[in-house]
Design a protein around this ligand. Structure first.
Ligand code: 4JH
Length: 418
């Protein structure tokens, strides 16, 4: 009975400290840009995710029937939930809205074992702003986060493109609508699956080998002027991307972003700019990804609103931070340890601890008889600032002994003054 559900993680206090450290930086980066936090249940109706584009995320749905026979799913991503929430208040929201959340998201993989089935995914979204200014603002949030954990543009790159690049290319080949999103899903898998598998899947969507090589040559573009040559100067994709790179200049984040037409993202609903962050060494999976999804609401039966956002999982970034030695030591963090010398002083120690806590400091009271050696080791492990010792002679005068653990300096002080 000590095993949890397959693919899930327990967070012991030392893990929780690291998680909170990470999440605090997610919160700060979003709040510093004026985003507001929201949340929703992890359980959703299954129909929120019934899209038919062959996306991995919907193929791996963690779904089941509840006791009332309702088809439900643990959310695999937050965007449909956010869309549902926006739809439910449509008309009542003062647009644009800038919202963020750190939901736990779930997947159920049948094939490979031992891979995680849950993660936390920081989601940052803007609804109701149609210009690339919103997309650039999101990239600024990302960069702010990376800087706040000590990562630089030497460590990471944010690769940017637009779905409109492929939309323009595929449109000229007679593929649009559902066929377009399905093609994007296949192209997203290009560097993960063998070439013949990809070609077979693209052929099924109506692309011949000539079309495939046209796509491949466009996807290899990493230079804006080459893209202008390939797509023509009137290309919306090109002007959109030029605008993003120019805004990044104003934000002072140009060193973080690069054009990479091979970025298309594996979700069906993206319509415009898309981006993902990768470690420069190229050793890890994408750290995060996002993009514009202006037509998601109509697929859920509502009236469309412009929207853009990104999702950022907790696992890959922690691998990167650990590899770079950027995760700080994090002790418990309690400020004071209070110890009554002997059972007769237990109640006195409680009085002292209460007085400290009322005064606004945190205090860990030693609850049982322990040797002095144990108390010192405990205080050291906890990373406490002071050890407050309640001792018979001193207590008789209303005094306690305080040891400052950083300096080793000791003094006797009236207990109310702590
Ligand atoms: C995904 C979705 C839900 C849970 C996990 C991973 Br773990 C795909 N990014």
């Amino acid at each position: 009975m000590t095993k949890g559900v397959r693919g899930t993680r327990d967070f012991y206090p030392e893990d929780m400290r690291v998680r909170n450290w990470l999440f605090e930086r997610f919160h700060s980066a979003a709040l510093s840009h004026g985003f507001e936090e929201y949340d929703a249940p992890v359980l959703e109706t299954e129909e929120l995710y019934t899209r038919k584009s062959g996306e991995e995320i919907t193929q791996q749905l963690y779904n089941f029937e509840d006791k009332g026979g309702r088809k439900v799913a643990l959310r695999p991503e937050m965007t449909p939930t956010l869309a549902r929430m926006v739809m439910a208040r449509s008309g009542a929201l003062a647009l644009p809205i800038k919202w963020y959340s750190i939901p736990q998201c779930w997947r159920y993989e049948r094939t490979q074992r031992g891979r995680g089935r849950e993660h936390y995914q920081w989601n940052v979204d803007i609804w109701g702003a149609e210009g690339v200014e919103a997309d650039a603002e999101l990239i600024s949030v990302l960069v702010q986060f990376f800087r706040s954990v000590g990562l630089s543009s030497d460590d990471l790159v944010i690769r940017v493109s637009s779905r409109k690049v492929l939309e323009e290319v595929l449109g000229s080949l007679g593929i649009s609508g559902e066929g377009f999103s399905q093609t994007c899903i296949v192209i997203d898998k290009m560097d993960k699956l063998p070439e013949d598998v990809i070609e077979a899947q693209l052929a099924e969507l109506g692309l011949d080998s000539e079309a495939i090589s046209t796509i491949q040559s466009v996807l290899s573009i990493t230079d804006l002027s080459d893209m202008g040559t390939a797509l023509g100067q009137s290309s919306e994709a090109v002007s959109e991307l030029m605008a993003i790179f120019s805004l990044a200049e104003s934000y002072g984040i140009s060193d973080w972003i690069e054009l990479d037409a091979s970025v298309v993202r594996g979700l069906a609903y993206y319509t415009g700019p898309v981006f993902e962050a990768h470690d420069r060494a190229g050793e890890l999976r994408a750290v995060c990804g996002g993009g514009r999804y202006d037509r998601l609401i109509s697929t859920l039966g509502g009236k469309d609103l412009p929207a853009t956002g990104f999702g950022f999982g907790d696992m890959v970034v922690m691998e990167l931070l650990q590899a770079k030695g950027l995760v700080p030591e994090m002790p418990n963090g309690v400020q004071d340890i209070v110890f009554g010398m002997g059972p007769e002083l237990r109640e006195a120690a409680m009085r002292v601890a209460s007085s400290i806590r009322t005064g606004g400091r945190s205090a860990d009271l030693i609850l049982e008889d322990k040797r002095m050696k144990w108390v010192f080791r405990h205080a050291d492990r906890a990373g406490a600032e002071r050890l407050v010792m309640v001792m018979p002679e001193e207590w008789a005068k209303g005094m306690v002994k305080v040891k400052h653990l950083a300096t080793g300096e000791e003094s006797e002080v009236p207990f109310e003054s702590l």
